[in-house]
Design a protein around this ligand. Structure first.
Ligand SMILES: Nc1ncnc2c1ncn2[C@@H]1O[C@H](COP(=O)(O)OP(=O)(O)OP(=O)(O)O)[C@@H](O)[C@H]1O
Length: 661
């Protein structure tokens, strides 16, 4: 059933408001206006069972003055004012009580009266003291003064009739009083708004369709209400039948109240205690964090890398211990083997709060931790994992590096008349020269051992040592004398004027190397004071016969490459230094391309791109040649970018090698 909303009610006509102003400048105020609610609307209930009488509408101002005529002319029309804001139905004070009130769901209201009004106003007033109880005496008196004889009626009717009805309903004695003549008449007044039992058989649509008869003009005394009301269209749903109304106002439906979590004082105290406990916990954690930070600051000072160190240590703690014995020499038909050697942190780097960013996993894998900052400036690590033919930890010495990388190829070199080329590649200060010096010595030692073992007494070992600096070749055993690199008729590059000395043991070779190293061009850089800026090539050739210049049976080339610094880092130096760096990078790029072409068996080798690859052309072109690349890396966090470049360079070579396998 739709509720009677304030919007559903018609506004108070202007003539009615004017009348109300005329009645009294001190308007009668409602003590407790009756409010109707959907189900318990007495007006609706009263409509169904009442006898339909013709209704006459009388203007409000005329009702009081023409009360007598209104009584005489039954049925009497009741004027009803509708207060929109309060949703209150106010029966006209001048009208007699009604038995049934029909009210449509829209705005129409029809009041009908069933009984005659023979009782005098005085009698009814005596019997209905309760009806005027709610009207202040002062207001009632004023009202009477203004409206004359009808004021009692009017005041009683203006007074909330439902209060009277409620009181009467509670008063059993009133209901049980014998029906005297006066009582019969006055009962009508008492139960002026008491609803009659609902006639279940009567359609409610008839009541709903009843039109409101307003009296907008005073000069229209009577308006005949229609006897028959049009029915609602069948599409409109019929409202459910109302329960019987016993005169009590229906209680306003209570809104469901949200249940409170706790009740009473104890719950509030408990909540406060919980808040206090959480606050204490928070403060304790904050104090612990502050103490930890203070301790770290005291321990590390201005060291900003201790958080990265902690991350790396946590990462390493999860790894199984490394077994260096798992590194085995490569015994494959591949022409290229790539190894990575990690050197320890230098004293200089430790003093500068550098930390180790290289983690050697097992024999062939390592991880480079790249320190990075997140968007929120928190420290994080980006781990780059690489795989090679062998990875050497900083604790693994030169002997082990040689035995596992270069040493296995010396016997085949002596027997197979092949060419073995060993490269040391890496950034400046990463340990290229340190590694290659050991390789020189041990390779010479192994070579002579193999020559003795195979009883090749008619073989002469010749040694030459030169470097390539700014695309020029210099003899390191002859005070850096210029050497010309020319191709002969067969396309073999000949180094004219290069000193080549015979040796009979490894000590002689070591002495020559030391002499040549002293002639290398070095410079001071940020890593160390003896940085090589040239590619140094130690060539050991096995000649058949008793002197140098016979048939070449085998050749071992050991190349200590210049530092692989990026060109951008040499931009700050002078022009000569930048040209030097550009030449170094150019030759390293050409070397990479040649090695990759050799490894994949390409017919064309771009060896003419640099002097280095041009001189080492035989190393790439010979079918029995072998190449060993030892990439040396610095573990210091400061050089992590260079280390990553070196590892990528070596990985690029190894990637092709692995694919071919
Ligand atoms: N594996 C290692 N163990 C101990 N010290 C090492 C190791 N590798 C290198 N070093 C030390 O690091 C320093 C630099 O080494 P080295 O001269 O070999 O670097 P480099 O790569 O040849 O540099 P550059 O290209 O500038 O000549 C040297 O003092 C050397 O003793």
């Amino acid at each position: 059933m739709p509720l009677l909303e304030p919007e559903d009610l018609l506004p108070i006509p202007e003539w009615m408001k004017a009348k109300a102003r005329d009645v009294s400048t001190q308007s009668v105020t409602w003590q407790k206006p009756a409010v109707y609610h959907g189900v318990s609307n007495p007006l609706r209930n009263s409509c169904s069972g009442g006898v339909k009488l013709p209704v006459k509408l009388i203007p409000l101002n005329d009702v009081g003055n023409n009360q007598q005529s209104a009584v005489e002319n039954e049925p009497l029309m009741l004027q009803m004012s509708v207060t929109k804001s309060l949703n209150v139905l106010q029966p006209c004070p001048s009208c007699s009580p009604v038995k049934s009130i029909g009210m449509s769901s829209a705005t129409s209201v029809v009041l009908t009266q069933e009984t005659d009004l023979e009782a005098s106003p005085e009698e009814t007033n005596e019997q209905n003291v309760n009806a005027s109880v709610n009207i202040p005496l002062r207001q009632s008196r004023m009202f009477n003064e203004v409206n004359g004889s009808m004021n009692k009626w009017r005041a009683r009717a203006i007074a909330n009739p439902f209060v009277k009805r409620k009181n009467m309903a509670n008063n059993e004695a009133t209901h049980e009083a014998p029906p005297t003549e006066i009582a019969r008449n006055t009962t009508i007044v008492k139960s002026s708004f008491k609803m009659q039992p609902t006639n279940q058989e009567e359609p409610i649509n008839e009541l709903r369709s009843t039109k409101v008869q307003h009296s907008p003009q005073k000069d229209i005394p009577h308006v005949q209400a229609p006897h028959t009301t049009p029915e609602l269209p069948p599409s409109m749903p019929s409202p459910p039948r109302s329960p019987k109304w016993d005169g009590e106002m229906a209680p306003r439906p209570k809104k469901p109240q949200p249940k409170r979590p706790g009740k009473g004082k104890s719950s509030c105290v408990g909540a406060l205690a919980e808040i206090q406990r959480k606050r204490e916990e928070r403060r304790t954690l904050q104090a612990q964090e502050k103490n930890r930070k203070d301790a770290e600051l005291k321990e590390h000072g201005d060291d900003t890398g201790y958080k990265f160190r902690r991350l790396i240590k946590a990462f390493r703690d999860t790894l199984p211990p490394r077994n260096s014995k798992q590194i085995v020499p490569v015994q494959s038909s591949s022409k290229l083997c790539v190894y990575v050697r990690k050197r320890p942190l230098s004293k200089k780097e430790l003093a500068a709060k550098g930390y180790d960013v290289i983690t050697c996993l097992q024999a062939k894998e390592l991880i480079c931790h790249e320190p990075k900052f997140k968007v929120d400036m928190s420290e994080s690590l980006e781990n780059h994992q690489f795989s090679f033919d062998g990875v050497f930890h900083e604790t693994e010495d030169n002997d082990m590096v040689y035995k596992l990388s270069v040493g296995p190829w010396i016997p085949s070199l002596v027997q197979g008349n092949g060419i073995l080329t060993v490269f040391a590649y890496g950034q400046t200060g990463s340990g290229k020269t340190y590694t290659m010096k050991s390789v020189y010595r041990q390779a010479a030692n192994d070579l002579f051992s193999q020559l003795k073992a195979h009883a090749k007494g008619s073989v002469t070992v010749g040694v030459s040592f030169y470097d390539i600096y700014k695309n020029g070749v210099c003899d390191l055993l002859n005070q850096r004398k210029k050497v010309q690199a020319l191709e002969d008729n067969e396309g073999v590059v000949q180094l004219l004027g290069l000193t080549e000395l015979p040796i009979s043991n490894e000590t002689m070779l070591t002495d020559l190397v030391d002499k040549g190293e002293a002639s290398r061009i070095t410079s001071i850089n940020g890593v160390h004071d003896d940085s090589s800026r040239s590619h140094a090539i130690l060539r050991v050739t096995l000649y058949s016969g008793s002197q140098i210049g016979g048939n070449v049976e085998a050749r071992l080339s050991m190349v200590d490459l210049a530092g692989s610094e990026r060109a951008c880092e040499t931009q700050t130096d002078d022009k000569s230094t930048r040209m030097e760096g550009a030449e170094i990078n150019k030759s390293l790029l050409a070397l990479k391309e040649c090695i990759r072409a050799m490894d994949r068996g390409a017919k064309h080798l771009p060896f003419r791109q640099s002097k280095l690859t041009q001189i080492l052309r035989d190393s790439f072109m010979c079918e029995t040649s072998k190449t060993v690349m030892i990439a040396t890396v610095s573990p210091c966090s400061e050089h992590s970018n260079h280390t990553l470049n070196t590892l990528r360079y070596a990985d690029r070579l190894k990637e092709i090698n692995s694919r071919d396998d």
